[in-house]
Design a protein around this ligand. Structure first.
Ligand SMILES: Cc1ncc(COP(=O)(O)O)c(C=O)c1O
Length: 420
């Protein structure tokens, strides 16, 4: 029977829904099918390529002892992706890597022989590459990464955004030289429009979500994301007991889960997914035991997570290697953004955007509730890892929600205040 805990309504300080994945198993093998999606060889290729790009450096892994005390766990480590390649989010690892891989494949087809990735990165086939157009649908961060990749490697780029993507995010994508087209409807509608236009025009869709018949490129995207997980795991002195991961289509969470499973086998940490409660497709899918779409306008402040359908590839990983999904409201994300910006004890201030903290919000909600703690085996000995997947990617919205801009937050000195 599926375990479900729901805490909502008046008097609940931190509302949430938690659904345990009935088919999750620490002992489940890492299958050949899963390894064909995210395996060591593909990851090594992604790491070698991405770490050769100018400006590559592992992002910081920040210990937050004050926040851990406030949550009631032994430790919290926060992987701060706000500085990744100057793009403001972990997405720089995925979309741009998939663009590079696509260009490599296309140049190979045109030339009729293998072409080393270094030749794509150094622009050795600029003429061929300039005739290629990549496109994608995005709520912001993925489109920025694809546009940056296209500009860096020299191809053309058109990005499709849906009705509620902010003007700030639109401008940030256009700044990398892409044409940006706004479509009616939600994220999933913009995915369909990008696909239809690409088929008509002979363009290549570089999507971060997969669906039957479209698997290769999102696989490259996820292979790029794995680098974030590998950097974090290598920087920890002890493996985490729990990882809380915010989910849109689930590509990022699947990449982290894959790294964890391949590294630690059945000793992998408990993996908890965190959806916005207005687009809780992972909660619904774990409840149903199969990918289950959420309909409607998916209206959440957590723009990067406003996805109604899980990625088919991510489902193949997380149907056995994800232990539970939680849904949290926008207010919980805002609380965490503020807490990180104005930290307790000697924790450093951190700039985390709206889509960066659902995992942390889910941890706090679970720690408030005895039944949820028991369901997730969360005790005061838990060593928790979270991924702060973006900084202030929408600076105006960040300043409005936090009450200070990113520069002001970063300039703050750690307080010596006791945790609440
Ligand atoms: C900041 C941020 N965090 C997390 C995610 C979730 O990634 P995924 O859609 O692969 O689940 C996104 C997706 O756009 C994002 O922008």
């Amino acid at each position: 029977m599926t375990v479900e805990i729901s805490r909502r309504g008046p008097g609940v300080a931190r509302p949430f829904t938690l659904v345990k994945n009935p088919t999750a198993l620490h002992k489940a093998p890492w299958t050949a099918d899963q390894n064909a999606i995210l395996g060591d060889a593909a990851f090594s290729a992604a790491r070698a390529t991405i770490s050769s790009w100018p400006g590559y450096a592992p992002t910081p892994l920040v210990a937050l002892p004050g926040l851990a005390r406030a949550a009631g766990v032994a430790s919290i480590h926060y992987k701060d992706e706000s500085g990744r390649f100057g793009l403001g989010s972990f997405k720089a690892l995925g979309g741009a890597y998939a663009v590079a891989r696509l260009l490599q494949r296309e140049v190979e087809t045109a030339m009729g022989h293998p072409v080393p990735m270094a030749e794509i990165v150094t622009g050795a086939h600029a003429d061929l590459v300039a005739g290629i157009t990549v496109c994608c649908a995005t709520d912001g961060n993925h489109g920025r990464s694809v546009a940056w990749g296209a500009q860096t490697f020299g191809c053309a780029c058109v990005i499709f955004i849906h009705a509620t993507v902010s003007e700030g995010r639109k401008a940030a994508i256009a700044a990398y030289g892409a044409e940006v087209r706004r479509c009616a409807g939600n994220y999933d509608d913009s995915v369909r429009e990008a696909q239809q236009t690409a088929s008509r025009e002979g363009w290549f869709v570089v999507s971060d979500t997969s669906y039957p018949g479209y698997m290769e490129i999102p696989k490259d995207v996820m292979q790029g994301y794995e680098l974030m997980a590998a950097e974090a795991f290598e920087a920890l002195s002890e493996p985490p007991t729990h990882v809380f991961l915010q989910t849109g289509v689930g590509g990022m969470a699947a990449a982290v889960a894959a790294q964890a499973k391949r590294r630690w086998g059945e000793g992998r940490p408990v993996i908890v997914l965190a959806d916005p409660d207005q687009s809780a497709c992972w909660v619904d899918s774990y409840r149903a035991g199969a990918p289950t779409p959420v309909h409607g306008d998916l209206d959440t402040l957590m723009a990067g997570l406003a996805c109604g359908e899980v990625s088919a590839l991510a489902w193949q990983i997380l149907s056995t290697h994800g232990d539970a999904a939680m849904a949290v409201p926008d207010a919980a994300a805002v609380e965490m953004m503020r807490r990180l910006a104005d930290p307790v004890a000697a924790d450093p201030p951190l700039v985390a955007g709206e889509s960066a903290v659902a995992g942390l919000a889910a941890l706090f909600a679970a720690m408030d509730d005895a039944e949820a703690r028991a369901a997730l085996c969360l005790t005061s000995a838990a060593r928790v890892l979270v991924f702060g997947t973006e900084g202030d990617t929408d600076p105006a919205l960040y300043a409005e929600l936090v009450g200070a801009d990113a520069a002001t937050v970063r300039a703050r000195q750690p307080h010596r205040r006791a945790p609440e």
